[in-house]
Design a protein around this ligand. Structure first.
Ligand code: FES
Length: 166
């Protein structure tokens, strides 16, 4: 069984290899429309995002329209059609984080990175997003970088946190 964990840990693949692997995934999921979400998850794990050529490939191999594939992936916020940066920064804007300064943390990140939410720096180093509660409300505001949780973040800590990554 091809799993998301396996494809995430495959060393650098060529574009051709990626499409071959995606084809194997689609076959393994029996080209069933009911498996489209799982296939999109796998495709995102393989390519990092879901650009138009990947959407077309999936639609073609599954016998679906591109608009059908596109409408499913745009419905769910965890799918992205834009490439993500090496560091995916996400700020929690759940209620606890919001009232304790999450918005100010987000504004500082926008200023420092020169990014709007949903975009990626030109050097593909950072991408910025927002999310709902991640269960760290007691130590709000929180943010994550590639899934690692940073708690009690303040705008003044942002430069140091980002600086440690480079
Ligand atoms: S609201 Fe941000 S961790 Fe709960």
């Amino acid at each position: 069984m091809i799993t998301k964990e396996k494809v995430c840990h495959v060393p650098a693949m060529t574009e051709e290899d990626k499409f071959k692997l995606l084809e194997d995934v689609i076959i393994e999921y029996e080209k069933k429309e009911s498996n489209l979400i799982q296939i999109l998850h796998m495709a995102q794990a393989i390519f990092g995002y879901l650009p138009p050529d990947v959407q077309s490939f999936i639609a073609d191999r599954m016998g679906l329209s591109v608009s059908k594939v596109n409408s499913v992936l745009t419905f769910y916020t965890f799918f992205t059609t834009k490439p993500k940066g090496k560091y995916s920064v996400s700020v929690c804007l759940g209620t606890a984080c919001y009232v304790r300064g999450g918005k100010e943390v987000l504004n500082k990140l926008k200023e420092v990175l020169g990014l709007e939410v949903g975009s990626t720096t030109e050097d593909r180093l950072f991408s910025l997003s927002v999310m709902r509660c991640i269960g760290s409300c007691g130590l709000a505001p929180a943010m994550t970088i590639n899934g690692k949780v940073y708690k009690q973040v303040t705008p003044s800590k942002i430069q140091r946190i980002l600086g440690m990554l480079k």
